[in-house]
Design a protein around this ligand. Structure first.
Ligand SMILES: *Cc1c(COP(=O)(O)O)cnc(C)c1O
Length: 412
């Protein structure tokens, strides 16, 4: 009998297996858990991080600069690893700025965006000598005062809220009314103010949205961002040196989603590099990526504490859950809850499967990590692995909720 085709998760082929165990950085999962000394934990694979950067370098024109947006994963050891591979780090707070500087990133290659930069953060950013992506008239006025007080020269770029949206983005962050950036139509006036202030104008930053799996939509957003920047450059007090075209490259989380095709994006960027040579001759093109660089290199590992059958439905009850992996529970911006790719990491070769729900230890029905998924038949003590967990996991989860122990992060 034919069963209707159920969309499947894209295979998580980035991780190898051996003797029925998932390998992280060549280490079998149960051994890694013993090394960690506890569950739950996040594990990030250095080789996969490096490989992802290499793949991007191959697909994109060599002159396009690659920045890591560290809010995706701010673990200090991981930021150190990334800082050595990419051309710059994008931070979104003074806390992230400290981690980036500690990681050895060159201040000239750090940029700072965020809609509520406090005066103290602006002062720190000016002292550090990083590029500040200003998002309001208030920031420009405060920066001018900080420069007058300190004698330091602020470097700034204008974050533009474009007059178009990124189609098919999982999360839209530009176009229409937004708290991010300065509306494109107000930018000429802001540029005039920057010119009068004597601060160092260096370029534009546009970020249309995140988690996009449609290469045509990314190509269109990057082309429109470029054209808007060329137009706005006519009002700039000095030449554009940096043009940050954003990113928004997505990774496949849910059944039916496929990995992004980089080829058309690379071709389009090559075309924009050509055009920049004529239309913005002093500008370096930058793209900033968070989840695309780190998301697929990370897993979350939690141990099965109990196995219960309730009126015919099997629940694997684990020591980790929503409080440590909010997005896998479906509560980090998803409209409809869908399952992340999940496996029983110490039974990768198992023959027998069953349909189960994987839940965490919290006293709320929201603490659901997998809803009716077909997994290898698992026992108490087995290790549940949630893939695609290298971004917006540990730091994007309410770990204090319900007072369970905090989880660990390992870079392997
Ligand atoms: C969040 C954010 C990013 C990173 O988004 P990803 O989806 O992780 O690639 C990049 N730039 C800005 C301005 C952001 O706010």
């Amino acid at each position: 009998m034919n069963r209707p085709a159920v969309p499947a998760h894209t295979p998580m082929s980035q991780f190898l297996q051996h003797a029925g165990e998932l390998l992280v950085g060549g280490i079998p999962l149960s051994r890694l858990a013993a090394r960690a000394g506890q569950t739950p934990f996040y594990a990030y694979d250095r080789q996969l991080l490096t490989r992802r950067v290499d793949e991007l370098r191959t697909a994109l024109p060599p002159s396009v600069k690659l920045h890591y947006a560290m809010k995706a994963n701010p673990m200090p050891a991981l930021v150190c690893h990334m800082a050595a591979l990419v051309d710059g780090i994008d931070v979104a707070s003074a806390g992230e700025l400290k981690v980036a500087l500690d990681a050895g990133a060159d201040p000239r290659e750090i940029s700072f965006a965020g809609p509520a930069k406090r005066r103290s953060e602006l002062r720190q950013a000016v002292a550090a000598g990083i590029l500040i992506n200003v998002e309001s008239f208030r920031e420009v006025a405060e920066l001018a005062e900080i420069c007058a007080e300190s004698g330091h020269v602020a470097r700034l770029a204008v974050r533009v809220n474009p007059d178009f949206e990124l189609k098919s983005a999982g999360m839209k962050m530009g176009g229409g009314a937004r708290q991010f950036g300065v509306d494109a139509e107000q930018v000429p006036e802001l540029l005039a103010e920057i010119g009068r202030s004597g601060m160092k104008f260096e370029g534009f930053h546009l970020f249309a949205g995140a988690q996009n799996l449609k290469c045509e939509a990314i190509v269109e957003a990057q082309r429109k961002s470029f054209e808007l920047a060329v137009l706005l450059a006519q009002s700039a007090p000095s030449a554009v040196r940096f043009l940050n075209l954003g990113g928004g490259f997505g990774i496949p989380y849910f059944p039916g989603e496929q990995r992004l095709d980089l080829t058309p994006i690379g071709h389009n960027l090559a075309d924009l590099v050509d055009r920049a040579g004529r239309e913005l001759p002093e500008a370096e093109l930058v793209i900033e990526l968070g989840r695309y660089l780190v998301g697929e290199a990370g897993i979350y590992v939690t141990r099965i504490v109990d196995r219960k059958v309730s009126r015919g439905h099997t629940f694997l009850v684990c020591d980790g859950g929503l409080h440590q992996h909010l997005s896998a529970s479906g509560n980090f911006g998803q409209v409809i809850r869908k399952n992340y790719p999940i496996a029983i990491g110490n039974r990768m070769a198992a023959g027998e499967c069953e349909t189960v729900s994987v839940v965490g230890p919290l006293c709320t029905p929201l603490d659901l990590l997998a809803d009716r998924m077909e997994l290898a038949k698992a026992e108490i003590g087995d290790l549940v692995v949630i893939f695609q967990s290298g971004a917006y996991g540990f730091s994007a989860s309410p770990q204090a909720f319900l007072g369970h122990p905090f989880c660990l992060e390992l870079l392997v």
